[in-house]
Design a protein around this ligand. Structure first.
Ligand code: CA
Length: 240
């Protein structure tokens, strides 16, 4: 297996303890890093805290249903590959699952070898989905692992910080409106009255900028933010 596929981190949302344990064991043996969540709420907390490459999602869960959780993720702009693993085996269920944003759908009971093959296919597709690495000047962001560097220095970003930076990098040299950025990163949960974007921009500046240099992220008063294309603070000063 490709090294990148082996290193993948999988979040498995499954409330049935025995199946969850079997999945964790089988997937670990296959070389993946596995984290288990017993509910959508737990999964949400995990996704907010750490990076994952793929989500395996049961539908019948205590609390929020798997489908509702998936729709919410997609509304918020998440592109995380999702494989639904469920006992709901009707054609209409599969159609609903895929239409709700799943990338694949596998019915229980299933052959483990088929689950592994489908996971490999999803991860391969994600890797092939083109240029997972975005570069602007000295800044480099691996959108797959959510790691970012300025030159050779790793920035140590949280997933949301990485998402804000990715948005700025994909619009480098263009002034982006604060609310457009907020909506892209936080989706429907974004509150335009909050100062969330400002807070994250400041955190990013602290991590990106080097001492005695003007910030790579420029505040354009009354308009938004601008990532300098050079992103190396090349001297027009006072632009924080
Ligand atoms: Ca269940």
């Amino acid at each position: 297996m490709d090294v990148n596929l082996l290193a993948a981190r999988l979040l498995v949302v499954e409330d049935e303890a025995r199946l969850a344990a079997n999945l964790a064991q089988g997937l670990s043996e296959a070389g993946y890093t596995i984290v288990l969540a017993g509910s959508a709420e737990e999964a949400r907390a995990r996704l907010g805290a750490e990076h994952y490459d793929l989500l395996v999602l049961d539908l019948r869960l205590p609390g929020q249903d798997g489908l509702a959780f998936l729709r919410e993720l997609r509304r918020e702009g998440s592109v995380l590959p999702v494989l639904i693993l469920t006992a709901r085996d009707g054609t209409a269920d599969r159609v609903t699952g895929l239409d709700s944003g799943a990338d694949d759908y596998l019915v229980k009971p299933f052959a483990f070898s088929e689950l592994l093959a489908r996971l490999r296919a999803l991860l391969r597709r994600r890797l092939a989905a083109g240029a997972p690495v975005v570069e602007v000047g000295e800044l480099r962001l691996d959108t797959l692992s959510r790691r970012a560097w300025r030159g050779r220095r790793e920035l140590g970003l949280s997933p949301k910080e990485a998402a804000v930076l990715e948005y700025l990098m994909r619009h480098a040299g263009v002034t982006v409106a604060r609310d457009a950025l907020g909506a892209a990163v936080w989706g429907e949960s974004y509150d335009p009255c909050s100062n969330l974007v400002g807070v994250f921009i400041n955190r990013l500046r602290q991590k990106i900028d080097q001492v005695r240099e003007p910030s790579a992220i420029v505040t354009v008063r009354g308009a938004g933010y601008l990532l300098r294309v050079g992103a190396r603070g090349d001297g027009d000063g006072g632009a924080t």
